[in-house]
Ligand binder design. Sequence first.
Ligand code: DP6
Length: 332
Amino acid sequence: MKTTAIVNSNIALVKYWGKRDEKLILPNNSNISVAYDKLNTITTVEFNLDYSKDIFILDSNEITDGPVFKKTTEHLNIIRQKAGIETRAKVVSKNNFPTAAGLASSASGFSALAFAGSKAAGLNLDQRELSILARLSGSGSASRSLIGGFAEWMKGEKADGSDSYAIQIAKPDYWPEFRIIVAIISEARKKTSSTDGMNLTVKTCPLYQGWLNTIEQDLENVRKGIAEKNFTLIGSTAEFNCLKMHATMITTQPSLIYWMPETLEIIHSVLDWRKQGLEGYFTIDAGPQVKIICLEKDVEEINNKLCSIPSVKKTIICKVGKEAILTDNHLF
Ligand code: DP6
């Protein structure tokens, strides 16, 4: 059966950086994200006896080797094993934003593959099982993407990872005024993937334990900030959490500096705007793009200011995104 899923990408307010189990993709720390309503991946999967091998087409290019192809076939193998089939699959996937430039394409990509792939293989998994499947051989942050709204991926304690999955902590329509502005400064692919980057950080960064020591407080603040709609608490915690993660990246050996000069220009601007009373907070993943969280009342002014910075190529203003859906609009 041919199945197509549309999944929104997400941005972490408390980041996931470092694994306790590289094979099962289990995180060292719990983390919290919010879904974007405008950045998504659409993926069609079909298992068919006519295919002699797995075929994978991403953004109109056939991918036949490399880490993404490997992760994709491994993921299909997990689905096949669960469904008790050996049939090969065709996967066609499209992102409506630049792939692998720090906009979490792996998060929406692998969760769309898990959702569409499991359905296409005849499985009917619940949200917890899908969240676990999405991270397995896929991408940790994918475990948060299917859920929509505000999601927490619980690190879990068990060695088999059965208690490490994401849950929704606030629904997509819970906070209609919440906005995330994505400022795109470069569409180039990043040099070091999140997977390689975080493994290197865990192995070589002398500050990594400090990162882990302060995570519980950040999680508590962001949960409280969401529950009480305390935007200042969420924003200030998310911004500081991002800076702490980048401090561990920068002090990894060899150093991982995902920021470009333009990234820093936006960081300084956001800090200046805040001094002038305009409340926005930045957050940055493993890439040069800056995302700014703010409330509806300030979004236009912040966006106008951002667009007047020459290095900002484009901005995308997002609200909180919904959960993943299935559609009949197949890509092939
Ligand atoms: C900085 O989920 O892409 O975006 O599990 O190795 O595939 P793997 O990594 P990935 O890492 C995301 C890291 C981050 C922070 C976050 O999204 O929580």
